[in-house]
Design a protein around this ligand. Structure first.
Ligand code: GCO
Ligand code: MG
Length: 407
């Protein structure tokens, strides 16, 4: 059957309303426009080039309705598979095509995915404070805003800086500005002395109801992680995140065998194959891939379907370094997926809304993707051009002896 809705243009925008975002715009022969997020924090220009130089030219003339076939074409057909840059580029195309399909059908994307499997999506945000008092101010602020789940990060005595925490304000930016990444010191022993006490104090102060989460940012060895998990049992965390780098998923078994603490991992995973062992051996409770970094809605659906078989829940990454387009895509998927537990929503700098107009809503600790056709996020190209790309990187951590620490 000849296509009646072909792709006539595919353009890439790199803008920096407070931080860098890569946005793909696809236009069809009947005038529909779809948007996808392709942001990879600190590697924005690589994914922009992958799209502009290699994928966009091949999109022209393709049937915009054939989302799965387009996914397979760029994944299987490229010879080079997987990895964050490839998968974010494919992910952006996938999101933009779902956006178009929704607009063509005059339906929100969650309807095309089978309709709502829940009424609303539980969300968590971040609370940070160097010391206990500042941290509690930040937690209280988040509770006042209506959050029922809060990720808590704090300072470590003896260190100058800790990723995810600022000394001055309640928020942080995941990437610094300037040429090259800044270096921060890291001290696992000091962290392991601080974290159990600090989190126990927070639990005591907030009572039983508030969900508390904590992110270790891959910093520990398996034995250290197991010890921390044991020490934190009394805190009854919603989850402990990224306790160690997960290139060797089987090493998580040590933590599993030695504690009952729920584990979350996967924000740096890009495909179902990265998730396979962790899911099939149930080495985690929550799988954290972001829609953009794991090949878009089509591929994330498959990851969540595999997770469902093993009683693992979806809980996607949602920092400020994925754009509101990714956030909307994640919420449509979450509303339509039964094994979806919670969506991270770190929040955005006010400048972001000058470029992206989103329609998803927050109410009493829950998010909803909105009933606008498609993904429900508009992108203002003119405004985007005002905010030029600026180099920005995540910091690099070094142990006290000067050796590089894992991210
Ligand atoms: C999170 C994260 C972020 C990441 C950042 C990397 O759970 O939100 O760990 O803070 O480090 O998104 O780009
Ligand atoms: Mg994290």
């Amino acid at each position: 059957m000849p296509a009646n809705r072909t792709i006539t243009a595919a353009e890439v925008f790199v803008s920096s309303p407070s931080r860098n975002y890569v946005t793909l715009k696809i236009t069809t022969s009947d005038g529909l426009v779809g948007y996808g997020d392709a942001t990879v924090n600190g590697r924005e220009l690589s994914v922009a080039s992958y799209l502009k130089d290699h994928l966009c030219p091949a999109l022209i003339g393709r049937d915009a309705e054939r989302i799965e076939d387009t996914w397979q074409f760029f994944y299987k057909g490229a010879y080079w598979r997987r990895g964050p840059i490839t998968m974010a580029a494919i992910g952006a195309i996938d999101m933009a095509l779902w956006d178009i399909k929704g607009k063509a059908a005059d339906m929100p994307v969650y309807q095309l995915l089978g309709g709502a499997a829940r009424d609303k999506i539980l969300t968590y945000t971040h609370a940070t404070g160097w010391g206990f008092e500042e941290l509690m101010d930040s937690v209280a602020q988040r509770q006042t805003e209506g959050f029922r789940a809060v990720r808590v990060q704090f300072g470590v005595p003896g260190l100058e800086k800790v990723y995810g925490v600022t000394r001055e304000a309640a928020t942080y930016e995941p990437a610094g500005r300037g040429i090259g990444p800044v270096t921060e010191d890291w001290d696992s022993a000091a962290y392991l002395r601080t974290a159990p006490q600090m989190l126990a104090r927070v639990r005591d102060a907030v009572g039983d109801e508030l969900h508390l989460l904590h992110d270790v940012h891959h910093r520990l060895t398996p034995s250290e992680a197991a010890r921390l998990a044991q020490d934190l049992e009394v805190v009854r965390l919603f989850w402990l995140e990224d306790v160690m780098p997960a290139e060797n998923p089987q090493l998580l078994r040590q933590v599993r065998n030695q504690s009952t603490i729920p584990l979350a991992i996967g924000e740096v995973f890009n495909t179902i194959w990265d998730c396979q062992q962790i899911l099939t051996e149930r080495l985690v409770d929550y799988i954290r891939c972001a829609v953009v970094h794991a090949g878009g809605i089509s591929h994330m659906r498959k990851i969540l379907a595999l997770a469902e078989v093993f009683n693992v829940q979806g809980a996607p990454h949602g920092p400020s370094d994925v754009s509101p387009i990714n956030m909307a895509a994640s919420l449509h998927l979450g509303l339509a997926t039964s094994n979806f537990a919670i969506q991270e929503h770190m929040g955005y700098d006010p400048l972001v809304s000058e470029v992206f107009t989103s329609h998803y809503t927050f109410n009493d600790g829950y998010l909803h993707p909105s009933d606008k056709p498609g993904l429900g996020v508009e992108f203002d190209e003119k405004a985007a051009r005002k905010f030029e790309y600026r180099q920005a990187y995540l910091p690099v951590a070094r142990n006290l002896d000067g050796s590089v620490k894992d991210w």
